[in-house]
Design a protein around this ligand. Structure first.
Ligand code: HEM
Length: 205
């Protein structure tokens, strides 16, 4: 059997949801950074100037929250951690050392990808809740405003850090992954080496 044949990894719906999340995230992140520090205020000029950025940043956040809602509905089930994933997590240093063969075989997503999903989902909830308070401070109690001022930038730093790692993994570290999220397909060889359990299940049908 030739392992060059292309198979589907992400359907059109999944890719549309993913790129809507990615574009709204990058927009919200860059406009948010512009509002956060005067050292990054130059970013505002890229997005139409200070007042435009202040007005549009929350809407970028809303679009991101909606996109991630769709992503959550689509993937929450496949992202459940099983017992193999827990062993994988405990030994994830082996993944970083390219010793994947010593780890339990991965299904459609490995435990690191699953953790990325859950962490970004949690950060998104924190960002959205604290963002609403910052957007409409007059209807929030003082304690909520104090908490939001702290939570919003911390959750932003966490999610931006995670996404930098995610982009690095998806583009530079794992050749073939980006194509999965653009054209939707991977080679059988890619599937068999990165997600053997998933590939075996696909081959059964
Ligand atoms: C901004 C540029 C982004 C790039 C270049 C990118 C790239 C990718 C790629 C290549 C994959 C496929 C991985 C595979 O085949 O296994 C993927 C999957 C995924 N992406 Fe992104 N992504 C970006 C932004 C985001 C954002 C903002 C989120 C959510 C906050 C996100 C969430 C996910 C999730 C949950 C998956 C599936 C699991 C995983 O691979 O971690 N991505 N992404």
């Amino acid at each position: 059997m030739s392992m060059n044949k292309q198979i589907s990894r992400f359907d059109l719906t999944e890719r549309a949801i993913h790129w809507m999340s990615a574009i709204s995230f990058v927009y919200a992140a860059l406009t948010g950074l512009a509002l956060w520090s005067h050292k990054l205020y130059w970013l505002a000029s890229v997005f139409g100037g200070g007042p435009t950025v202040r007005g549009m940043h929350p809407w970028g956040g809303v679009l991101f929250a909606v996109s991630l809602g769709f992503m959550f509905r689509r993937w929450a089930r496949v992202m459940q951690l099983d017992s193999d994933d827990k062993v994988w997590m405990k030994n994830s240093h082996l993944y970083a050392m390219h010793r994947d063969q010593e780890l339990p075989e991965t299904g459609r997503f490995n435990a690191g990808q699953k953790m990325m999903f859950w962490m970004q989902s949690a950060f998104a909830v924190l960002l959205f809740a604290s963002g609403l308070v910052l957007w409409f401070p007059e209807i929030a109690p003082r304690s909520a405003r104090l908490l939001a001022v702290l939570v919003h930038p911390l959750a932003a730093i966490g999610s931006i850090g995670g996404i930098i790692l995610h982009i690095y993994m998806g583009t530079a570290v794992v050749p073939g992954a980006l194509r999965a999220m653009t054209r939707g397909t991977v080679s059988q060889g890619w599937a068999a080496s990165h997600h053997p359990k998933w590939f075996r299940e696909l081959s059964k049908h």
